[in-house]
Design a binder for this molecule. Structure first.
Ligand SMILES: NC(=O)c1ccc[n+]([C@@H]2O[C@H](COP(=O)([O-])OP(=O)(O)OC[C@H]3O[C@@H](n4cnc5c(N)ncnc54)[C@H](O)[C@@H]3O)[C@@H](O)[C@H]2O)c1
Length: 249
């Protein structure tokens, strides 16, 4: 019997796919049949395991720059002729373990540009390339910080709250099409992003998780891949919880 893979003949863009959550999601999408284009400001190392997947290619770009986003999306259409899935993982934390009175305006603006303007640009230019086929799956990454506000992370928390608003708004705008726009709001998943945080900040966040552990990359990839699969057809504008019980709403 022929085994069908969920993403056979589908084309996916994963931003921030050179590392962390995006890298794991990219590998799972490719393993399940998708052609995956990673858009990241950093090129994965030449000997990286990502290179072993023939269906994964790389497009350099900064998600906060509109010209880079357009160039990457156009390159995907030129190469593959279609765009089915976007998983937008590129994001930064900026200053942490820092009260708002000590946060520099420039660093706030940079976190805004990557996390919120980047989410806006990627969503806008992805949908524009999905609409002609009346099918698409856009998945953004918010955070528990956007739902609850983490002390010490005002720029990150504010921009992730913005991602939640963007998801709800865009989801409703395209609800009568075959395109869904959803988000995941994780608690703590061990990646380079978390390793770079101040230890006080990591303890603050992990102590609030009722399951008393961090989420795993496999858990994030499993939920992400379901949300961007054809099966997930009655969810849009939704923010999926992935917090080990911290946010039960
Ligand atoms: N790890 C967690 O605990 C956690 C929790 C909640 C939400 N998130 C969110 O999940 C997403 C992925 O996080 P992660 O932990 O994998 O981070 P990470 O730092 O491990 O990886 C982020 C990737 O994004 C890329 N990137 C950063 N800025 C970019 C830009 N301007 N343009 C293009 N690429 C850029 C980096 O090069 C890197 O490859 C982020 O949006 C993050 O805010 C993560």
């Amino acid at each position: 019997m022929e085994i069908t893979k969920r993403f056979d003949r589908q084309v996916a863009v994963v931003t921030g796919g050179s590392d962390g959550i995006g890298k794991h999601v990219a590998k799972r999408l490719a393993a399940e049949g998708a052609s995956v284009v990673i858009m990241d400001r950093d090129t994965p190392a030449t000997d990286d395991e990502l290179r072993q997947h023939r269906q994964i290619t790389f497009q350099a770009g900064d998600v906060s720059h509109e010209a880079d986003v357009i160039k990457a999306m156009d390159a995907v259409i030129a190469q593959h002729g279609q765009l089915d899935i976007v998983v937008h993982c590129a994001g930064i934390v900026g200053q942490n373990s820092t009260k708002i009175t000590e946060v520099e305006c420039e660093t706030f603006d940079r976190v805004y540009a990557v996390n919120l303007r980047g989410s806006f640009l990627v969503t806008k230019h992805a949908i524009a390339r999905m609409i002609n086929r009346d099918y698409g799956r856009v998945l953004l990454f918010a955070s528990i910080a956007g739902k609850e506000g983490n002390a010490g992370m005002c720029a990150y928390s504010a921009t992730k709250a913005g991602v939640i608003g963007l998801t709800k708004s865009a989801g409703k705008e395209f609800a009568e099409t075959g395109i869904t726009i959803n988000a995941i709001a994780p608690a703590v998943i061990h990646t380079a992003m978390v390793e770079a945080l101040d230890p006080w900040q990591v303890t603050y966040m992990t102590d609030k998780i009722p399951m008393k552990r961090c989420g795993t990359l496999d858990e994030v990839a499993a939920l992400s891949c379901w949300i961007v699969s054809p099966e997930a057809s009655f969810n849009t504008g939704a923010v999926f919880d992935l917090t080990g019980g911290r946010a039960t709403y």
